[in-house]
Design a protein around this ligand. Structure first.
Ligand code: CAA
Length: 241
């Protein structure tokens, strides 16, 4: 039977590429989105997937959204925690609001999304959880103390949850993208982005489809022995910078 996959932030950017790839892999895909209904409807039409709107940083909305996905498509086999936001700025000028918003959406969401699904995965003896972290959670980034904290937290979450569920057929892994050609990266001031690209040995931004390729591997039945890992995909920026 086709696997059911749920991708948060799955209608734009990296998430859209992941939704498309999992659909192409034969999964039945539901993509969550937060705000851009126009883009979501266009993605639903283009990919032939279900799209549902809720805020992944809100526990009650996650519970309701997940219940709807399960009722419509069946138990979720593959969860991709991809949704994330940035609120960049120097820490010595950062408001508590910018801090809280990023931690809520990028980190608290892991609990709100994964907790309602994990028991069923354990009972059924199969699950694939893929968390989209970032190079900036691995090495830190000026202007992103909030985001780097959340993305590093995802890696700890992944390692602990992987161990708890290793004997139950449920794998938990991270993908840590570098700078990918998406709206989020396009929002970085042009002069700053130019300097960042100059530190990427491959010499370009990554492509969303390249990250989706890694997610496809981790979500596959054949990746059963890989759990607790962080797959870096950053054009060698991490080791060179
Ligand atoms: N090292 C140390 N300090 C630095 C610095 C550096 N490289 N660059 C700037 N600063 C300091 C400045 O000196 C300044 O300090 P003072 O207030 O004491 O003068 C402070 O930081 C703020 O600098 P500015 O006022 O000049 O600049 P700003 O506040 O307008 O913007 C910034 C600063 C937000 C960091 C901006 O440079 C920026 O957007 N940087 C890019 C951040 C980034 O890479 N974001 C990635 C988004 S994409 C993404 O997140 C996806 C992913 O996973 C990769």
């Amino acid at each position: 039977m086709a696997r059911v996959a749920l991708v948060t932030g799955g209608t734009r950017g990296i998430g859209k590429a992941i939704s498309a790839r999992l659909k192409a892999d034969g999964c039945v895909v539901a993509a969550n989105y937060a705000g851009n209904a126009e883009a979501a409807e266009a993605t639903a039409k283009e990919l032939g997937i279900k799209v549902l709107k809720w805020d992944v940083g809100d526990e009650a909305q996650c519970a309701a959204g997940i219940a709807k996905v399960v009722a419509d498509l069946g138990p979720v086999d593959i969860l991709v925690n991809n949704a994330g936001i940035t609120r960049d700025g120097a820490f010595h000028k950062m408001s508590a609001e910018k801090w809280r918003e990023v931690i809520r959406v990028d980190l608290d969401s892991l609990f709100y999304m994964t907790r309602p699904l994990i028991e069923s995965m354990r009972e059924r003896g199969f699950g694939r959880i893929v968390n989209i972290s970032s190079i900036n959670g691995q090495k830190g980034q000026v202007g992103q103390v909030n985001y780097s904290t959340a993305k590093a937290g995802m890696i700890g979450f992944t390692k602990a949850l992987a161990q708890e569920n290793a004997s139950k057929g449920v794998t938990v892994n991270c993908v840590a993208p570098g700078y990918i050609d998406t709206d989020m990266v396009a929002a970085v001031p042009e002069d700053v982005l130019k300097k960042i690209i100059a530190t990427i040995p491959v010499g370009r931004l990554g492509k969303a489809a390249e990250i989706a390729h890694a997610v496809s591997f981790l979500a596959s039945d054949g990746a059963a022995f890989m759990t607790g890992a962080t797959l870096t995909m950053n054009g060698a920026q991490y080791i060179a910078g």
